[in-house]
Design a protein around this ligand. Sequence first.
Ligand SMILES: O=C(O)CCC(=O)C(=O)O
Ligand SMILES: [Fe+2]
Length: 276
Amino acid sequence: MLSFKRLTPAIGAEVLGIDFTQPIAWQEQQQLQEALVTYQVLFVRNQPITAEQQRDFARSFGDLHLHPIYPKVPNVPEVLVLDNYQTDLTDNAIWHTDVTFIQTPPAACILSAKQVPEYGGDTLWSSGFAAWQGLSPQLRKLLEGLTATHDFVQSFPKERFGNTPETAEQWEKARLTNPPVIHPVIRTHPVTGLKALFVNESFTTVINELPKPESDAILAFLFKHIARPEYTVRWHWQVNDIAFWDNRSTQHYATNDYGKAHRIMQRATILGDKPY
Ligand SMILES: O=C(O)CCC(=O)C(=O)O
Ligand SMILES: [Fe+2]
């Protein structure tokens, strides 16, 4: 029997009583889907799943995104590998929502911890609902109806992701297939109808309706606002933990404090709808 233990008032719950190495019953699947919207991020301890199991579970929620840059698990391209010995992951130590540089950003992501440092390497999630509700009515009025540009290149610059003969072609292709896109600054969650702040420091470059200096100042404020501890939950990883988050209403930050310790995570990314 599934149960959920809430972790903070704003966001996060631990899921108890589930085994992802076994097929998930339809009823459990429904419960998880509902809980994902309620808690925004779910954590499950002790789930030694294979990449194929992770892919298949993720696929039961929707089509999967193939990341244009990050390395993939061999033969399982739907599961990407975040290995600090292999890839520059410093941009994950910025508050961000995954893959907002496409027209239909992910609805949800599933992250599995394969190797973790003894200490450090925690990940934090922030609630876009709580952040929105934490703004004054005056600022909310200003932001509603505004749009922002999201650009892949801001977080994956050529200097770091396309600067070798092996990566240059992949990077150029990624840039061409991922031109900048426009999303609302405040999005409406398609399931709950709640509003969430939807600009993030990784990919959002400008609020389109404002002069650049005003856009810069307001974005800087919003990026700081989303990080307020009251809106967040912090997870300390053990190997084989899973995090499953609603990528429509949250941002996350992978703490970069573990130096040369080896940390490996694998992620499946479930595509969503066009934000409105
Ligand atoms: O490494 C982590 O904990 C999270 C990395 C990240 O940003 C992601 O998986 O989307
Ligand atoms: Fe991320």
